[in-house]
Design a protein around this ligand. Structure first.
Ligand code: G6P
Length: 473
């Protein structure tokens, strides 16, 4: 069967479309751009190149025709509720996610989930092949779609194909547990360029490719036999992702946001130090570890309620996956215990918020936070760390950052911690609380330079330049 061709020269493919479906009071539906960094980065590229975005609208059983929004052509891929269970909640978020994050939670291996993962990846590949113009560039995003590059290449050998893995790529000893380790790696090798967050992720991928297939590698190049006696060259290397630094800073300079930050502090009872955690409620984020450290500081009387308040925003995530339900129970039990033991009528020990908030409110929280806690046990990058830094135009605030987050490769002037070391987190918290103003500014200035040097526009340009180069060989 021959594959139809489309009219778009640039196609982005991701599990979710960059828009949210909003149901109005009269029952009609509209689409609102979701606030993600990826769409901000790719918007100019989309506009310049006549781009299309292929993705799932985020709800099961929603059949929508392609539509235009914000100058982008959006191509919805529908999933039934069974497919959402097996492909999204199951294989993506209960097999690959825990496996790629160092098996912090045990991954479940189910053959039915794998079958649906393959089917859904095929659907994404077909939808992309149908909209891509001859010789177009297609950029596939993230672990939910690792089979798409090879599927797409077999449907449309004329395309230039990029893949970016937003999450870690695990060491071979972990990756090799995956019963479908060869199929997944073959899927990725269909791309011309495979991007990772850290060079250690790229190195792990090289080692998987050598061990599984024995292909010749000379970083950043992998030589993949083309079946006709020759070979294709695949580039695999790190392209650390970032945020739209200017737009965060712009929001952080708005007088009403600065005023809101002041009000937040006042509403918390004007503590000397506000510590902040902002995470999706995910077991990779080390929320429990930071709560434990904070609870012990209160118990030891190293800090006291009223002087120090911890604000923890935990936005709801993947709530139908068992490990996430369990995590929520654990975290909320811990918060309840600490608050029961240490809060007073006027001062909470922990202000715990199980909500997502609009960007303005998040920025106000960043501005109010004297200490930002990023204690992930494993994280591809962690953009919260970069957002905090981008917002601190006052050159104040201390970032405590896990060395197991990708951001630690760049943000060396943070207080780096091993989140498994509770004593280490406690020491870093105390060091941050007591840090003199001069040191805070020196560190924050250096952090801000780093974040500004590599914003998300630079990330996408660098990736796409590499892809262009390879595609034109
Ligand atoms: C991580 C992943 C993304 C994912 C996001 C939110 O950042 O790398 O691919 O979209 O989490 O998770 P969700 O499952 O809600 O899409």
């Amino acid at each position: 069967m021959s594959q139809r061709e489309g009219r778009f020269d640039f196609v982005v493919v991701s599990n979710r479309l960059p828009v949210d479906r909003v149901v109005e009071a009269d029952g009609s539906t509209t689409w609102q751009r979701s606030p993600g960094g990826l769409v901000t980065a790719l918007e100019p590229v989309m506009r310049a190149a006549d781009g299309a975005w292929v993705g799932w609208p985020g709800k099961p059983d929603v059949e929508v025709e392609p539509f235009e929004a914000d100058d982008m052509h959006l191509v919805p891929v529908s999933l039934t509720s069974g497919e959402v269970e097996r492909y999204y909640e199951g294989f993506s978020n209960d097999t690959l996610w825990p496996l790629y994050h160092d098996v912090i939670s045990p991954p479940a291996f189910h053959r039915e989930w794998w079958e649906t993962y393959k089917e859904v990846n095929e659907r994404f590949a077909r939808a992309s092949a149908e909209v891509a113009a001859p010789n177009a560039t297609v950029w596939v995003q993230d672990y939910q779609l690792q089979l798409v590059p090879a599927l797409l290449r077999s449907l449309r050998p004329d395309l230039t194909i990029g893949f970016f893995n937003h999450i870690p790529f695990p060491p071979y000893g972990i990756y090799s547990q995956l019963p479908w380790r060869r199929a997944i790696a073959e899927g990725l090798l269909g791309a011309d360029v495979i991007g990772f967050q850290r060079s250690s992720d790229a190195a792990n991928f090289f080692s998987a490719v050598r061990r599984l297939f024995g292909y010749g590698t000379r970083s950043p190049e992998i030589r993949v036999p083309d079946g006709a006696g020759g070979h294709r060259s695949v580039i695999a290397k790190a392209f650390p992702i970032s945020i739209d630094v200017e737009s965060f800073e712009e929001v952080a300079r708005r007088p009403e946001v600065i005023e809101r930050a002041r009000r937040i502090r006042q509403d918390l009872g004007d503590p000397a130090t506000i510590m902040l955690g902002v995470d999706r409620l995910d077991y990779t984020k080390g929320i429990g570890h930071r709560l434990k450290a904070f609870g012990e500081l209160l118990r030891d009387k190293s800090v006291s309620t009223g002087d120090v308040t911890l604000v923890q925003v935990a936005s709801p995530s993947r709530e139908r996956v068992e490990a996430y339900m369990q995590l929520r129970d654990e975290i909320e039990l811990t918060v309840g215990r600490i608050n029961g033991d240490f809060s007073t009528i006027s001062h909470p020990a922990i202000a715990y918020l199980h909500h997502g908030y609009p960007r303005e409110e998040m920025v106000a929280l960043y501005l109010a936070a004297d200490v930002m806690l990023v204690t992930a046990l494993r994280d591809g990058m962690n953009l919260v760390a970069k957002e905090y830094v981008a917002c601190r135009h006052d050159e104040d605030g201390v970032l405590i950052l896990s060395e197991f987050a990708g951001a630690a490769d760049e943000l060396r002037n943070a207080l780096l911690v091993n989140p498994h070391d509770i004593e280490g987190i406690k020491e870093a918290m105390l060091q941050a609380i007591e840090m003199p103003k001069r040191e805070r500014s020196t560190r924050m200035r250096a952090l801000r330079r780093r974040v500004r040097e590599n914003d998300v526009a630079r990330w996408s340009q660098t990736f796409l330049d590499t892809l262009r180069h390879v595609g034109h060989r």
